[in-house]
Design a protein around this ligand. Structure first.
Ligand SMILES: [Zn+2]
Length: 124
């Protein structure tokens, strides 16, 4: 069972990882904004800390961009009740404890694993 995280817990995780610098294992993930996980990157190098997914809530596909950002923007707010954060997991690098958000985009014929670095200052 993956632990459900609320906003406070997310912020705590983000803060505790702030000092962490990318290590050899995860430095290929450079993702201030959402980025597809490179094919050569093994997601098993990251450990699941918890999920932001709310099981019993209605699915919400709305995104939150009050200041004109879009899904891919590096400065897009991290709004945990909005898409895609409401279906994201929080991961940490096993090696250096750097933290990431991760979700899977299901297209018609493809699966896209996406990651974004967890940045405290963007959590709204
Ligand atoms: Zn690392």
């Amino acid at each position: 069972m993956i632990k459900k995280l609320n906003r406070e817990q997310l912020l705590e995780i983000a803060k505790s990882s702030k000092a962490a610098k990318a290590c050899v294992e995860c430095s290929s993930l450079s993702c201030p904004g959402w980025t597809s996980v490179p094919g050569y990157f093994d997601l098993r190098k990251l450990k699941v800390l918890g999920t932001l997914r709310a099981e019993n809530l209605e699915e919400c596909w709305d995104e939150y961009h009050p200041s004109g950002t879009n899904l891919w923007s590096e400065d897009a707010p991290i709004a945990i009740h909005h898409h895609p954060y409401n279906r994201s997991e929080v991961l940490e690098c096993l090696h250096c404890k750097r933290t990431f958000l991760h979700y899977t985009e299901y297209g018609g014929y493809y699966l896209d694993e996406r990651v974004r670095e967890l940045n405290t200052t963007l959590v709204v």
